[in-house]
Design a protein around this ligand. Sequence first.
Ligand code: FES
Length: 395
Amino acid sequence: MSQENMSKTLETLGYAQTLRKRAEAISKADASERPKPHVNQLAEELHPRRQDLIIESIIEETDVMRTFRLKSAKGGPVAYFRAGQYIPFYIEVEGSMLSRPYSISSSPKDALSGFYEVTIQKKVGGYVSNYVYENWKVGDKVTAGGPEGNFYYTRLRDSKNVIGVSGGSGVTPFRAMAKAIVDKTMDTNLTLFYGINTMADGIYVEEFKTLEKESNGKFKIIFVLAKEEKEGCEKGFITAEMLNKHCNVSESSVFICGPQGLYKHMYDQTEKLSLRKKFIRYELFGETTSPFELDGYPMTEVQEFDMIVHQNSVTYNIKAKSDESVTVALERAGIDAPSKCRSGECGYCRAYIIKGDVFIPEDTDGRRGRDKELGYMHPCCSYPLSNIEMVVPRR
Ligand code: FES
C-alpha cells in the first residue's frame, strides 16, 4: 500500500484509534482526574451502541403489516428518542449478519415505560422485512442499536406547524409524532396527509381518529385515497394544491416519509410550495432495489466484479454484482461491515476506496466534501462499476 493510501487508511480507522487512546489515557490517569462514571453511564443510556430487546407482543395491523412491541431484555426503560427517529436492528439471515432501520411508531414517553413499537410490512422482494415478518415470535430476543436519524421536529430548525405527508408504511414515524403530541412529549401542530389506496389498506386508522379527538386541535388527519371515493377524505394523490387547501403552508415545515415513488412524486409538488429548503424534510430514501432506475447510472447490463476488502489485519477476496450495493456484497460474503440507515445519510458505513470506481447516486450522496476529495464512499449507496480494492472498518 502506498504512503498516501496508508495515511488515508489510518484516517478511516482514526476514530477507533482515538477511542482506544482515550481509554488508555483514562486508565493511566489519577482517579481524581478521571471522568465521572455517571456521565459515561448517562451517555451509554442515551446513546447505547447495542440494546437487547424481547418481543413482548405482536399486533396484526393488516394482512401484510405487523406491529411488534419490544421491551428491554434487562428490564427498565429503553433508550429515549425523538418522535420520528428509527432504530437499526441486527438480524442474522442464512448465516449473514444484516442490519435494517425501522422507524419507531410508539411515543418517546413509551420508551420511559420500557418499550418501543415498530411496524413492519411484508413486501414483494423484501428480503429482511419478510424474514422478520415471518420469523419474529413473542418471547424472541432481538438485537438493536440506539435510536438514530434526523427526521424529527425541533423548535430551533422547524416551523411550529408541521405538515406530514406519508404513503404506505411511511406513516409509522407520524404515529409516534401524533402520540407524542397527545401525551405532550412534543409541542407542535401536525396535519397528516395519509396516502393509501383504500381505507381498508390503512393502518392505525381508528387510533388516528381517536388521537385527533384527544389532541385539542393540535393533530389533524386527512386520508387521501387513490382508489376510493369516501366522504370526508380526499381522492387521488397528495398534491401541493391539496396541502394549500388544508394548511397555511408558508408557516409550516413539510415532513415526507414513504416509498421511493412518493419521494419522486413529492419532489415536483414541493417545488410548487416556494418554501425554503430547510422547511422540507425527507425521511431516509431507503435501499434502491435496482440502480438501473437511477438517474445517471452508466451500466447497461449486470456484471460481476472482484473486490479486495481490507478489514483490520484481514484481507478478503469476494465477488460483487454491479446491480447491488457494496454493503450488500460485503454482507453476502459474511463480512461484518457497519451499517445503520442504509440510505447514505448517517455515514456509519463510511469506507475508503483504494482502487476502482463506484456509482454514487446524487440523491443519496450524504458524504462530506472532504470525504469526496479523499475517495471515501458510503457503501450502502455505492454500486460497483469495476473491480475494487477498499478498506472497511468493523462494526
Ligand atoms: S449506513 Fe448510513 S450512510 Fe451507509
